[in-house]
Design a binder for this molecule. Sequence first.
Ligand SMILES: *Cc1c(COP(=O)(O)O)cnc(C)c1O
Length: 359
Amino acid sequence: MNKAYNFSAGPAMLPADVMTKMQSELLEYGNSMASVMEISHRGLDFMEMSQRMEQDLRDLMDIPNNYKVLFMQGGASSQFSMVPINLLRGKSIANYVNTGQWSVKAIAEADRYCDVHICTDSHSNGYTDIADFDDWSIDDNGAYLHYTPNETIAGLEFDYVPEVDMPVAADMSSTILSRPCDVSKYGVIYAGAQKNIGPSGLTVVIIRDDLIGRVIKKQPVLFDYSTQANNNSMYNTPSTFPWYAAGLVFQWIKDSGGLTNMAKVNKEKSQQLYTKIDDSDFYSNPINPRYRSWMNVPFVLADGSLDKLFLEKSYNANLLALKGHKSVGGMRASIYNAMPLEGVKALIEFMSDFEKQYG
Ligand SMILES: *Cc1c(COP(=O)(O)O)cnc(C)c1O
C-alpha cells in the first residue's frame, strides 16, 4: 500500500500503530479464542478492557470523580436532543452560542424542547469570528449554556471556556483530546468518536453526576443519561469494536506523552499550515487568527477554477480528502491527533509546488 496522508474531516485518520495492533489481534483477543467483535460485552475479557479504557480516558483528561463517563451510540447528533432532555431540569429556557453549522443543528434540536436564547451569533460574520464574551447576552434563567468549542466546517475554535453561573454543555466532537481540558468547568462534554477517538459508532459523554436523572417526562429510556450511568454504559449491547478501538487510541495518546504533548504537536502542525497560507497570495483563510482551529484548516485558492486540479494533483501525491465542505468551498485539511507533523509538511510542500506551477 502506498503511504498516504488522510485529511478527512471524519471518519478520520487513525494512528498507524493502533491499526497495526488491531490487525495483529483481530482474530483472537487476548486468550479468548475469538475476536473482540465476537465476545460478550458481559464477559471478563471485555469488562476488563472497558474498565481500562475508561480509566485511561479519565487519566488523560484528568476527569474528576464526580463526573461520569458514558459510552453511548447515536453520535453527537443524538446528544443535540439528550442535552435539553436531561439538562433543562424543569426550566424552559436554554442559552446557545451560534458559531457555525454544528451549533445551528444543536439549536434546531433544542428548539423542540425549550425557548432557545441565542447568546451570540457568528452568522453575520460568515462564521469567521467570535464576539467578545463581554458582549454576549446570557439569559440568567437559562438552564444551561451550550456551545461548540471547535466548529469543524469553518474551522473556528474557542481558545477559552465561557464561564457562567449555569452548567456549560460542549460539543467537543472535533477537538476532544487535542489539548488539555479542565473538565471541572463543564456540566457535560460530548463527542462523536470518529474525529479524534476512533471509528464511528461510539459517542463519549462526560457529565457531572448531579445533572443526571431529571429528564423531561416520557422520553425514551435510552435518552435518559441515568440509564447508561446506572449500567456502566451497558444497558443494551454497546458498540464493542469501537470501544476496543477507542481503548487503543487512548493508550496510544498516553504512550505519546498525553494531552500536553498532543497540544504541542497540534499547535505546531496548525501554525506551520496557517503560516504557509498567510505567506502566500495564492491561498487564504478568513478566520480571525485568534480563533483559528488547530484541527480543521480550511483554505481557498485565489483562483477557484484551479480547485479541481488542486484536488486531482494532491490526490495523486497521496494527500487524501482535501475537498472543503460544500458550504465553504475550496479545501479543508483536517489535522486531528493522528495526523503526524510529516503529513502537514508534505501538504505544505505540495501547496508550494502547486503555487509555483500555477500561481
Ligand atoms: C462531526 C460533528 C458532529 C456530528 O457528529 P455525528 O457523530 O455524526 O452525529 C457534531 N458536531 C461536531 C462539532 C462535529 O464535528
